[in-house]
Design a protein around this ligand. Structure first.
Ligand SMILES: Cc1cc2nc3c(=O)[nH]c(=O)nc-3n(C[C@H](O)[C@H](O)[C@H](O)COP(=O)(O)OP(=O)(O)OC[C@H]3O[C@@H](n4cnc5c(N)ncnc54)[C@H](O)[C@@H]3O)c2cc1C
Length: 422
């Protein structure tokens, strides 16, 4: 069992220490920027990260204890999102000391927000098929191509970029991974208007954007290994249920000067990126059915019980994943099972809210039942089962890794990328 890396720093000791620190430092009147800076400087922001980079070099189990203590104190946790969940962890793993020192502290303090420049119009599930090219130019690279579905790109300071640097080797071997500065002339972000009226994600056009040598993480041609590590972090956190919504970090997002108490209040209104929706949990829907005098109907009761059971199974699976993650283990196929359970919960809760409200549920606006949230749930539910990997891909993983079914044929695996049809 991996132990905490500093002698005498078990989870119990970390819990007591962070409790005392919170007593002295948690103050909802300070700004979000001040609070996140204090957390990072104390090392309690990301306790498993190295000392001086927002952490304390503690083991993964201590990080869970610290998170619980923050919750108990009613304090806001550290920055969330691509940078904190996936970007900085791979910089720590694959970057050199100079890159760690330059890139990680602004993430720990919440000074920067990063986006994920992975998906392309013809490369989503087949991520290794990306066609954005990075061509050597002096001591750096010129980047050209198009990314799509890039969440929060409008307010991102940097993007984690997967690009092709070699077209003469098979597709997984010709990729490189960069941390690309977004504020430069060759980067154009165009918001995509979504079905629910929001513009959460974007197209990103890269036309002569520049990545410097210092922006390359893990070495040229090693991008697939870094991208797999990114997806591994994403799966671990999603499976453990630790991807909580948080305020957007970074100066462009405009939250850093807001009192952290106000931010906490606003957070409760944020649509969670994990199911269920704000009014989609079993207890919420049971309450709604009771208020609408529908709770005695047998078929509805069965469905509500089904939703509750799915929720409990997800909760327990997430606890198992979290325990495994805290012991330093990588997630197994249970993360795919947890993902599909989440998709099922999102769809069932969406359908149930309409069952309870009837046609009035289709009304929108503040005066509508539940302030129009059912309409938002219905339109947003389509993202579940796509974001974080298409559900059919998760089923493939379950088929191959749990059920022992034959692997999918991959005819393009050993062919130079240049020879593959576009
Ligand atoms: C809300 C949201 C936010 C997102 N944010 C980001 C982001 O910030 N950054 C980013 O890079 N991407 C982001 N994405 C994109 C997301 O990662 C992709 O949409 C996803 O990986 C699927 O890729 P695709 O859309 O290209 O679909 P495709 O891969 O083209 O799939 C289309 C259909 O074909 C099926 N299919 C494909 N291959 C197989 C196979 N081998 N076996 C069986 N069925 C298959 C899929 O399951 C799907 O039903 C986001 C998506 C959503 C919905």
């Amino acid at each position: 069992m991996p132990a905490d890396t500093r002698a005498g720093d078990g989870p119990g000791a970390a819990g007591a220490e962070v409790r005392a620190w919170l007593d002295a430092h948690w103050d909802p009147a300070q700004t979000l920027g001040q609070w996140w800076s204090a957390l990072a400087e104390s090392g309690w922001a990301f306790p498993a990260w190295p000392v001086g980079l927002g952490g304390r070099g503690l083991g993964p189990s201590s990080a869970g204890v610290v998170r619980d203590e923050l919750d108990r104190a009613g304090a806001l946790g550290p920055p969330t999102g691509v940078a904190a969940w996936m970007g900085a962890p791979v910089v720590l793993e694959f970057g050199d000391d100079q890159q760690r020192g330059r890139l990680v502290p602004p993430v720990a303090r919440g000074d920067e927000l990063w986006c994920q420049l992975f998906s392309e119009p013809a490369a989503g599930s087949d991520l290794a098929g990306v066609r954005t090219r990075a061509t050597r130019d002096g001591d750096g690279w010129i980047v050209e191509g198009q990314k799509i579905w890039t969440s929060t790109a409008t307010v991102a300071e940097r993007g984690i970029l997967l690009a092709r640097t070699d077209w003469d080797v098979p597709k997984h071997r010709g990729l490189s991974f960069f941390i690309l500065p977004m504020d430069q002339p060759g980067v154009e972000v165009r918001p995509i208007r979504q079905l629910n009226g929001e513009s959460h994600f974007n197209e990103v056009f890269l036309d002569g954007a520049r990545a410097d040598r210092a922006d390359l993480i893990g070495g040229e041609g090693n991008g697939w290994a870094v991208a797999l590590a990114v997806l591994g972090h994403e799966r671990t956190m999603a499976a453990a249920g630790t991807m909580r919504p948080g305020p957007d970090a970074g100066s462009k997002a405009g939250n850093l000067d807001t009192p952290v108490g106000d931010v906490l209040e606003r957070l409760s209104e944020l649509v969670s990126i994990e199911p269920p929706f704000p009014i989609g949990s079993a207890p919420e829907l049971i309450g709604l059915a009771q208020r609408r005098a529908r709770a005695a109907e047998p078929v509805l009761r069965q469905d509500l019980t089904r939703l509750w059971s799915l929720g409990e199974c997800s909760r327990l699976t997430a606890l198992r994943s979290r325990a495994a993650a805290e012991l330093g283990r990588t997630p197994g196929p249970e993360s795919s099972v947890g993902y599909l359970a989440g998709v099922a919960r999102a769809r069932l809760s969406r359908d149930l809210v309409f069952d309870v409200l009837g046609s009035a549920g289709a009304l929108d606006g503040p005066a509508a039942p539940e302030a129009g949230e059912p309409v938002n749930m219905a339109l947003s539910s389509l993202a579940h089962g796509i974001q974080g990997g298409a559900e059919q891909i998760q089923r493939n993983i379950i088929g191959e890794r749990i059920l022992g079914l034959p692997r999918e044929p991959q005819v393009d695996r050993d062919v130079p990328f240049r020879e593959l049809p576009a």
